[in-house]
Design a protein around this ligand. Structure first.
Ligand code: GUN
Length: 294
């Protein structure tokens, strides 16, 4: 079993990004500038956004954090998005999800200029991704692809089972791994809450992507010998022995599953850090106008 160390890989990629930013600065080019909009006080969202801003600093990016209370109106949030769309200093921006219930997430998503949509959630970017055209890839799937690629894991012809059909992870990673590319060329099964027999599907999988948001959902008895297991889950479970009163666990029961795997990602330290790094890669591409040249 080989551990897919997302933390180490993300440090390495951030070093590469930092070197590129230094080269941009030396040649008088535009330093990448990411903006993040954070609504409300959700602890997990606050922690993710903090990590995004900190990583910008590590890589020499400029960053702007816009914080608003959870009772912000939809129209006020739309105004912020329109302002960021117009602001030439900002190369790319994200609106951290989930948003409070009174705000229509898809309305906000549609208002974001797709050329600044470094989350890759806008339908223009999703559509381009589905057709194999260049686009901003959503950060978590992009991070998973990087891990597969940099560890030279074979994907062609493999059976891949994705757990969960979210717009952020499950649906895009299933599209990406079925594309005619490397990583890709998989036979992908996208499973969800209405799938008849998830265990039977998982037992056929050469590659499992678990993005279901249920702690320790995937047990040892559900995994084939030699499978590659990518755990996207970051679930907080109560743990009074920890200073914070909780610990983070994945969607995979690591202790049971790891001995059966060829490769597995730990939680924490697996997909999570790669997600942040991928957002920086998208922002660097945005600053260079690579995806949508003027
Ligand atoms: N919430 C959970 N993951 C993400 C992400 O990748 N982007 C945004 N904007 N919100 C999220």
């Amino acid at each position: 079993m080989k551990l897919l160390d997302g933390k180490a890989l993300s440090i390495q990629i951030k070093e590469e990004i930092k070197a590129e930013v230094e080269a941009i600065k030396a040649s008088g080019g535009k330093v990448p500038h990411l903006a993040a909009v954070l609504v409300g006080e959700d602890p997990a969202s606050q922690s993710y956004v903090r990590s995004k801003v900190r990583s910008c600093e590590t890589c020499g990016f400029e960053s702007t954090l816009i914080r608003r209370p959870s009772d912000i109106s939809e129209s006020e949030l739309l105004e912020i998005v329109h302002g960021l769309n117009r602001d030439h200093a900002i190369d790319g921006f994200i609106v951290q999800l989930p948003l409070p219930g009174h705000i229509d997430e898809s309305k906000i998503n549609l208002a974001i200029d797709h050329r600044k949509d470094v989350d890759g959630f806008h339908p223009v970017n999703v559509g381009r991704m589905a057709q194999g055209l260049d686009s901003y890839l959503p950060a978590t799937p992009f991070g998973i692809l990087q891990m597969i690629k940099r560890n030279e894991i074979e994907t062609s012809g493999k059976r891949c089972v994705v757990l969960g059909r979210s717009n952020i992870v499950g649906t895009p990673i299933s599209i990406l791994l079925s594309r005619k590319a490397y990583p890709g060329n998989c036979t992908v099964t996208l499973t969800h809450s209405r799938t008849a027999d998830i265990k039977a599907e998982l037992l056929r999988a050469d590659i499992i992507i678990a993005a279901i948001g249920i702690p320790h959902f995937v047990k040892g008895s559900m995994v084939k010998e030699g499978a590659v297991v990518i755990d996207v889950g970051i679930n907080r479970v109560d743990d009074s022995s920890r200073p914070r009163g909780y610990r983070l666990v994945g969607d995979v029961d690591f202790d049971e599953v790891a001995p059966k795997c060829s490769y597995i990602t730990p939680v924490p330290g697996g997909v999570g850090p790669m997600t942040v790094t991928s957002l920086l890669m998208n922002t660097l591409r945005a600053a260079r106008n690579e995806v949508y040249p003027d």
